[in-house]
Design a protein around this ligand. Structure first.
Ligand SMILES: *[C@@H]1O[C@H](CO)[C@@H](O)[C@H](O)[C@H]1NC(C)=O
Length: 606
């Protein structure tokens, strides 16, 4: 007894410290990672939340400025269509809540950086729930098994080192919200899908606790489905497993009926409450309830493929699982193959209690991934809720790998004694795992389309005063055109600068089309006198083609440069142009140029 405590205690303490360091790194990655994974991380959370929070100022004479914020904030079609497909609850939980907290703490609104950072801090705090659930799973599974260390003991570490934790979970993506809620539902269902014991006498207190958990489950499922309708696809297989467990004896069946009705009632109450809130949010006077997830489902079945490009139908199962979970997905697939195809071999392992208790989460997560694989629009992050089940199974396989491998003895150079040993396969897994997750974290967290948020956050400091004239230039207006980048979120300008800086997106237009639209804007400016300054924000290597396209008709002056912008489309263009990999840093730089369009008269004067 004493030996086990002396051995496990320091390792546990060390693991705890390691976990804390990883969580700290997650916060750092959340607050300082300027990479840009997907427009949804800004446009489905920050933009609508900014509009909601900052246009409801309610202060005395600000009515004009609040309607201004309402009109100027770029809001995507998901929220503005005749049938909006997003519930207001998702962006409220992700960004409105931290914005309101921030306004309480710092009403002076000194720095717009918090517009960027506060939702990310909030999401990282939510992600801690997933860590907590992982630790709980380890405890639950080790309670049942006889051996001292849990068969899924590596789960918290796998989770905390996985790249989605550093990037997707740490940003205002509805996928992170969905996965967090799913983790809570999963832990509440884990026991009842595997070892529900009805014969055991329960005290009244235990019975009550169980019912409270069921009420919570119904409520969480409702919130989950309103956050993303695919939540239903992740929960449904678990429910099927649970019903299999219960529909065996009449007595259990009655219990199942009782439990299901508690969940159903709680679900219905919370779902209609959110639907009522959404009907009010979208100002739907003719309906009392608005079920956004239903419209999202209809939209996805009908149009998603057309609008977002058709993906190969098995992308999730064959590719995205590896993109999101790396080598852990391979372990999980291996376990599935062992359980199904190679059933007869490994019977000892497959019959073990732990293996059985893992079966529902293994099968149900693959069922969910398979169902999502039917959809025409498949992005890796859509699989995020499956991360906890996949990593649980992977950690089980990893522990088996550790136990079945004979360590290769290592000779200590100083003492000349052979001690301990290295498990080659086990160590190799960790090597591949850490390399994979570190590279993807750096790519998506810090490089991919990076620095766009930095540009938007910086614009207020110089855009209306590029020559440093100072306060004399108050009231000046600037037009900033982003070209060949991901769409810029204009909420980061902040409430005040939004009125003096207009941001336009020109995505992948040709240089000729871009110059043409700038000339049209300038022509209109002649009569309307709308803007005092024009800017273009584009990858540095694209600026030259713009200069060529403008020719004598405009001056471009560099104002600011941002190194570390990894732009796949731009790199592809450069590779074609240079017939080789671009080594110049210009290919990885985002630049802000002022454009001075010379009217035809000016040109003749010269
Ligand atoms: C827009 O027109 C006004 C009035 O002619 C002019 O002062 C201003 O410089 C123009 N803006 C730009 C960016 O050329």
């Amino acid at each position: 007894m004493t030996t086990t405590t002396t051995i496990t205690k320091p390792t546990n303490a060390r693991l705890l410290i390691l976990h804390c360091v990883l969580v700290l790194l997650r916060f750092v990655s959340a607050m300082f990672g300027t990479g840009y994974v997907h427009p949804d991380e800004h446009f489905q959370s920050i933009q609508p939340a900014f509009r909601d929070v900052f246009s409801s100022g309610g202060e005395t004479d600000e009515t004009q400025s609040t309607t201004m914020v309402k009109e100027l904030t770029h809001i995507p079609w998901e929220f503005t269509a005749k049938m909006p497909v997003r519930s207001s609850i998702a962006h409220a939980l992700m960004a409105s809540v931290p914005y309101r907290i921030w306004l309480k703490i710092s009403p002076t609104r000194s720095s717009t950086w918090w517009l960027f950072a506060a939702p990310r801090v909030m999401m990282t705090l939510y992600s801690l729930i997933v860590d907590f659930v992982a630790i709980t799973i380890v405890k639950r599974i080790s309670d049942k098994a006889q051996n001292t260390s849990s068969p899924v003991r590596y789960l918290p570490l796998l989770l905390a080192t996985s790249w989605p934790m550093f990037v997707i979970h740490a940003r205002p993506f509805s996928n992170g919200m969905e996965a967090t809620i799913f983790a809570m539902v999963l832990i509440g269902m884990m026991d009842s899908t595997t070892t529900y014991r009805s014969n055991e006498k329960k005290t009244a207190k235990e019975g009550l606790k169980e019912d409270v958990v069921l009420v919570l489950r119904g409520a969480l499922i409702a919130v989950g489905i309103f956050v993303r309708f695919t939540f239903a696809i992740f929960v449904a297989p678990l429910m099927v497993f649970e019903s299999f467990r219960f529909l065996q004896t009449p007595k259990l069946m009655m219990e199942f009926l009782r439990r299901s009705s508690i969940v159903a009632v709680s679900f219905a109450v919370v779902a209609s409450a959110i639907a009522k809130l959404d009907a009010k949010y979208y100002e739907r006077t003719e309906e009392e309830f608005y079920f956004a997830p239903w419209h999202a489902l209809v939209y996805n079945v009908k149009f998603a493929g057309k609008h977002h490009g058709e993906h190969f139908r098995l992308t999730h199962l064959m590719l995205n699982g590896f993109v999101l979970f790396g080598p852990a997905y391979a372990l999980c697939v291996w376990k599935l193959i062992k359980e199904t195809v190679l059933k007869k071999k490994n019977t000892k392992e497959n019959g073990s209690e732990t293996s059985q208790s893992l079966r529902p989460i293994l099968y149900s997560s693959f069922a969910s991934i398979a169902v999502l694989s039917i959809s025409s629009h498949q992005e890796a992050r859509f699989l995020l809720p499956a991360m906890l089940p996949v990593l649980t199974v992977a950690s089980y396989e990893l522990a088996r790998l550790y136990e079945n491998e004979t360590p290769v003895a290592v000779k200590d150079k100083d003492t000349n004694k052979t001690s301990g040993g290295v498990r080659v396969k086990f160590s190799l897994f960790w090597l591949v795992w850490v390399t994979f997750n570190a590279s993807v974290t750096i790519f998506y967290g810090f490089a991919h389309q990076a620095r766009i948020s930095s540009v938007v956050l910086d614009l207020p400091s110089f855009a209306t005063d590029p020559d440093g004239v100072g306060s004399g230039n108050r009231g000046a207006k600037a037009l900033v055109a982003f070209w060949r980048t991901y769409p810029p979120p204009n909420a980061f300008l902040g409430k005040d600068a939004m009125k003096s800086i207009a941001i336009k997106e020109h995505s992948q237009e040709s240089a000729e089309r871009f110059t043409h639209s700038m000339k049209v804007i300038d022509k209109n400016n002649k009569s309307k006198k709308e803007y005092d300054y024009y800017y273009v924000v584009a990858p540095e290597t694209s600026i030259q083609s713009l200069k060529d396209a403008f020719g004598e008709e405009a001056f471009l002056t560099m104002k600011k440069q941002y190194l570390g912008h990894f732009n796949v489309e731009e790199l592809a263009r450069e590779i074609i142009r240079q017939r080789g990999l671009p080594f110049s840093l210009d290919a990885y730089t985002l630049s802000v140029y002022e454009i001075e369009v010379l009217s035809s008269n000016d040109a003749q004067d010269r």
